[in-house]
Design a protein around this ligand. Structure first.
Ligand SMILES: O=P(O)(O)OC[C@H]1O[C@H](O[C@H]2O[C@H](CO)[C@@H](O)[C@H](O)[C@H]2O)[C@H](O)[C@@H](O)[C@@H]1O
Length: 247
C-alpha cells in the first residue's frame, strides 16, 4: 500500500523531517531539499484543507528556512514548540539547560568531531562523525539530565538529546487534533526514528496510521522503504488528492 492509498481528503497528515522528507546528511545544516518537494507539500497542504503539519526535532525556524517560502503548521524540538494553523507559536518555559549544555560542551571540547546543537529548550549532542563515542555521549548526557529538573533524555540517529520531559511528538500531534483544520480528521504520521514512536502510538490510538520510513523496530502499522520512496509517493498523493482521481 502506498501513501496515496492511505490518504483521503478527510485525513490530517503529520510529517517528520530528517530521514523522512529529506535524506540524512553528515551535519544538520547539510541536508538537501530536492527540487519539487516544496511544491508537493504545498499541493498536499491545499488538498487536505490545510491539515498538514511538520512534526520534527528541529526548531520550527530551521524547517521554515529549509522549506521556504512554505510556512506550514509545525511542531519543533520534539513538541517543545508548536505553531498552529492560525500562525500562533506556543512554547513552554524551557527547563534549566545549563547542566546539559556544560556537560555536552566539556565532552565536545575534547573531540572536535562531536557537535553540540543548542535549540530552543533543548541540547543535542551529535556523534555521527565519532560513532565510537556513542556510549560516552549517552552516559554524560544521561548524568546531566539526572542532575537537572524537568529534562528527559532522548536518543535519535547518532544523537543524544536533553529535552523538556513533557514534550513528545505524540502530545504535539494530539494538540493539533484539538484545533481546526485538524480536528475530526483521521491522523496519519510519517517518521523514521525512535523519536517518532510516540507519534505513531498517538495516531494509532486515535484510529489513524503510523508509517515508518526505513528499517528498524516500530509500533507503526505501515512502512515505506526510504525517504526517496516517500518523496515519490508524496508527489503521487498530492496529484491524486488534488484531482480527486485514484493514483
Ligand atoms: O525529528 P526529525 O525531523 O527527524 O529531526 C531529528 C534531528 O534531526 C537533525 O539531526 C539528524 O539529522 C542530521 C542531518 O541529516 C544528521 O547529521 C544527524 O546525525 C541526525 O541526528 C537535527 O540536527 C536534530 O536537531 C533533530 O532532532
Amino acid at each position: 500500500m502506498n501513501l496515496a492509498d492511505m490518504l483521503a481528503p478527510s485525513c490530517a497528515l503529520f510529517l517528520d523531517f530528517d530521514g523522512t522528507l529529506v535524506d540524512l546528511a553528515p551535519q544538520p545544516e547539510d541536508v538537501l531539499v530536492p527540487d519539487g518537494l516544496v511544491d508537493a507539500l504545498q499541493a498536499l497542504h491545499r488538498a487536505l484543507g490545510g491539515a498538514l503539519a511538520m512534526v520534527s526535532g528541529r526548531p520550527i525556524a530551521e524547517m521554515d528556512a529549509f522549506l521556504h517560502p512554505l510556512r506550514l503548521p509545525a511542531a519543533g524540538v520534539h513538541g517543545a514548540q508548536r505553531r498552529g494553523a492560525d500562525g500562533v507559536l506556543h512554547q513552554a518555559e524551557p527547563p534549566p539547560l545549563d547542566e546539559a549544555l556544560a556537560a555536552a560542551h566539556a565532552l565536545a571540547a575534547r573531540d572536535e568531531r562531536l557537535r553540540v546543537e543548542l535549540k530552543p529548550g533543548s541540547i543535542a549532542l551529535h556523534y555521527r562523525q565519532a560513532p565510537e563515542r556513542e556510549a560516552e555521549c549517552v552516559a554524560v548526557m544521561q548524568a546531566a539530565v539526572a542532575r537537572s529538573r524537568g529534562l528527559a533524555l532522548l536518543r535519535g540517529k547518532m544523537v543524544v538529546e536533553a529535552k523538556p520531559g513533557g514534550a513528545t511528538k505524540g502530545r504535539a500531534i494530539e494538540a493539533f487534533l484539538h484545533e481546526p483544520p485538524f480536528a475530526g480528521r483521521v491522523p496519519v504520521f510519517v517518521g523514521d526514528d525512535v523519536t517518532d514512536e510516540a507519534g505513531f502510538s498517538a495516531v494509532q490510538r486515535l484510529r489513524g496510521l503510523g508509517v515508518k520510513v526505513g528499517e528498524g523496530d516500530t509500533v507503526a502499522s505501515r512502512r515505506i522503504a526510504s525517504p526517496a520512496d516517500f518523496r515519490a509517493q508524496l508527489a503521487q498523493a498530492a496529484a491524486a488528492l488534488g484531482t480527486g482521481a485514484p493514483a
